[in-house]
Design a protein around this ligand. Structure first.
Ligand code: DX5
Ligand code: ZN
Length: 221
């Protein structure tokens, strides 16, 4: 089943609770929360105290994407703040498997993200213990960038690796997702679709969520 995860990076930060309500009213299942530390990526966005306040305003699944160095220092704070899924970058973790264990021990689902330049082999020993793989379809740090089409093959190979091994691991994509690119990533096997600018900048948010979800069909090849 396809899940839509609007990224609040493109929302109005002065009205985050309302901005979350707008997209959940439009049918989005997840809220994608981009945490940037100013080191792993240049910008700084928000931390666990903000998530804690937002948690009181929404029942949506909070999908926290840590774009931070030392992700192991953030897990318990985000779990206690009300995160449902915590995803960290494989490139940022010295002990990725331990961070997965830490996320599960904190009561959350665990994801691992890969930058466009990072090969799938980084996930090989982790996939059986992951709930979600996040394939970045832009280089992280900014909303509104262009989708990198060469990531489709990566998604496709990952989909088959998960199927062949009978793992239960969602495939999330993040960056440059709009109604056109969403069709391509769904056909390649992605089932959790992050979209920031294509949802929050749309004249009709409900229509944008519907268009990105597409006809509900998934993997084609
Ligand atoms: C990029 C973030 C994304 C970003 C996507 O570093 O991880 O979640 O908000 O924005 P769009 O959908 O506009 O590419
Ligand atoms: Zn993200």
């Amino acid at each position: 089943m396809i899940k839509i995860a609007p990224s609040i990076l493109s929302a109005d930060f002065a009205h985050l609770a309302d901005e979350i309500k707008r997209v959940t009213d439009a049918g989005a299942e997840y809220i994608h929360i981009d945490v940037m530390d100013g080191t792993y990526v240049p910008n700084i966005t928000l931390g666990s105290p903000v998530v804690k306040c937002l948690r009181k305003t929404s029942k949506a699944v909070f999908d926290v994407h840590l774009m931070t160095e030392h992700p192991e220092t953030q897990i318990e704070a985000f779990a206690e703040a009300g995160a449902d899924i915590i995803t960290f970058h494989a490139e940022a973790a010295k002990h990725a498997h331990r961070v997965l264990q830490q996320i599960h021990a904190a009561g959350c689902k665990a994801g691992v993200a890969l930058n466009p330049g990072t090969p799938l082999v980084m996930l090989e020993e982790l996939l059986g213990d992951m709930d979600m793989a996040l394939i970045m379809t832009v280089n992280p740090g900014f909303g509104g960038q262009k989708f990198i089409a060469s990531m489709l093959e990566k998604i496709h190979i990952l989909y088959h690796t998960i199927e062949d091994n009978e793992f239960t691991c969602d495939i999330e994509v993040d960056g440059g997702i709009n109604p056109e690119t969403s069709k391509l990533v769904r056909e390649a096997g992605a089932n959790v679709l992050v979209a920031g600018s294509a949802i929050y900048d749309a004249p009709d948010i409900a229509e944008a969520v519907r268009a990105i979800r597409g006809d509900g069909t998934g993997h084609h090849c």
